[in-house]
Design a protein around this ligand. Structure first.
Ligand code: C2O
Ligand code: CU
Ligand code: CU
Length: 495
């Protein structure tokens, strides 16, 4: 897939209030090319660019083999450039499209000056060996080939990949290392869905600057969880998404921000939730807004109502404070975000009547409730004074900071557990478990399969997890990636 690199002439000075984007972002309607003809994420820093999506790489004959080279690059930004970490020169990296039963082979080349690795977030694949093994470390200048066997029974859905090297996940992901993985099956061929305009939206909020200093963050900022200067969709600032009244929009959205929550709403339109982290719902569920915590995905159907411009926004949200520094550190250390425009749906009149929403989008078996648990367990997410890295706070699960040599939870393969995940701190933590998807029992949401769920400040959630299909040793953690780096992660082994 490619898109015209010429951009709509747009002359103006934009100021993104509350986001700290300072100075003029000017473009003179010039072409901006990110070289090599890749369509991926050339962020031009000018609102109103045409929507563009990362390059798509599809499996053929049951296999997709790709090389992803992680390396810094200067990406176009207004009349200048911004420093970013990229896969194959773009941020986000290419979208990988596979099917159940496929073999996915990714050779990761490390062109960074520090260790990195790769994780396939949400895929139900082995966490061992050369598969989705987060304990693998790829040194600078080295490469590693990951081979993932995607089970024939894998649910279709929207997943993503990003680095997972403990201690540097937040700077690497917020620097730009992330891309989407789409698993497609017959559900994508349902007439109403196949006829929709399908779009990938990778949401991220990098810091904007000319050098690698954008990856640095103070201990205070890390405790709160870093937030960037601009909220981008596929690397673009407030792109225009073209649509017509006679076609549904099908959006696959991932929150690839290191810490920022996106409370999504589209002016003048309800959101029809089609799927969550781990696959489809049985039928679309209508919502006025959807809160997407870091790591979470949602698939939406939108029925464009009337010609005009409709803003997709992230509404104001407060994810709480670490209690350290509050708002005293230049605004960077509290969890409040103001209302931000993410993109504009630009709707033109269609030639036929509006497309109807499908009544069902998956069969009941896809989303059957998890059976009653064979065991229960309580996990406690906490932030404490002292004992933490750098003399700051400690970030713990069940009182312990991450230690890759320790196994915190052992599970017998084939069992179903119900976990109560408590949060004793004053800020939200998105809890994420690798490999085994779960359903949220409390609070009741839209239902469906999840791998990441926000545990609200001083609150709790209950989830049910079938530990079926695969065995191995991997991790669970807070997906505010600075918190993961600071130790809010544990090791689980299913055998
Ligand atoms: Cu998206 Cu363990 O991560
Ligand atoms: Cu993950
Ligand atoms: Cu956290």
């Amino acid at each position: 897939m490619s898109y015209p690199l010429s951009r709509r002439a747009f002359l103006g000075v934009i100021g993104v209030s509350g986001l700290g984007v300072s100075g003029a972002a000017l473009a003179l309607g010039a072409c901006s090319s990110n070289g090599g003809g890749s369509s991926g994420g050339s962020a031009d820093g000018v609102a109103g660019a045409a929507f563009a999506a990362p390059e798509v790489l599809r499996s053929a004959n049951g296999r997709l083999a790709v090389t992803l080279r992680a390396a810094p690059a200067q990406l176009p930004w207004g009349t200048t450039t911004r420093y970013a970490l990229t896969y194959n020169g773009s941020s986000p990296g290419p979208t990988l499209v596979v099917a159940p039963g496929d073999e996915l082979v990714i050779t990761l080349e490390n062109g960074l000056d520090e260790p990195t690795n790769l994780h396939t977030h949400g895929l139900h694949v082995s966490p061992g060996g050369d598969a989705d093994n987060v304990f693998v470390m790829v040194a600078p200048g080295k490469s590693h080939t990951y081979t993932y066997a995607i089970p024939r029974t894998h649910r279709s859905g929207t997943f993503w990949y990003h680095p997972h090297h403990h201690g540097s996940v937040a700077p690497q992901v917020s620097g730009g290392l992330a891309g989407m993985i789409v698993v497609r099956d017959a559900l994508d061929d349902l007439a109403a869905i196949a006829a929709a305009d399908e779009r990938v939206l990778v949401l991220a909020d990098p810091r904007i600057g000319r050098d690698r200093g954008v990856l640095d963050a103070s201990m205070m900022t890390r405790m709160q969880g870093r937030q960037g200067d601009a909220v981008l969709v596929n690397g673009l600032l407030q792109p225009d998404l073209g649509a017509t009244t006679d076609r549904l929009q099908h959006w696959r959205i991932v929150n690839a921000s290191a810490s920022r929550y996106h409370r999504l709403a589209l002016d003048g339109h309800p959101l029809h939730v089609l799927g969550t982290d781990g696959g489809r719902l049985a039928a679309p569920v209508e919502r006025a807004e959807v809160l997407l915590a870091p790591g979470e995905r949602v698939e939406l159907l939108i029925a464009p109502t009337a010609p005009g411009r409709h803003v997709l926004r992230a509404r104001a949200y407060d994810r709480g404070s670490s209690g350290m520094g509050g708002g005293m550190m230049g605004g960077g250390s509290n969890g409040r975000t103001s209302d931000v425009a993410l993109a504009t749906l630009v709707v033109a009149a269609g030639t036929s009547a509006g497309a109807a929403l499908p009544a069902t989008v998956a069969d009941a078996a896809t989303v059957a409730p998890v059976p009653a648990p064979t065991a229960t367990r309580t996990l406690t997410l906490a932030m404490g004074m002292g004992g933490g890295m750098g003399g700051g706070m400690s970030f713990t699960i069940d009182g312990r900071s991450f230690d890759d040599a320790r196994t915190d939870i052992r599970i017998a393969a084939g069992t179903v557990e119900e976990w109560t995940i408590r949060n004793t701190s004053g800020m939200d933590h998105p809890f994420h478990l690798h490999v085994w998807a779960f359903q949220v029992v409390e609070p009741a949401g839209v239902g469906g399969w999840k791998d990441t769920v926000s545990v609200p400040a001083n609150g709790q959630v209950r989830i049910r997890i079938p530990f079926t299909g695969l065995t191995g040793r991997t991790v669970y953690h807070c997906h505010i990636l600075d918190h993961e780096d600071l130790g809010m992660m544990g090791v689980i082994e299913v055998a």
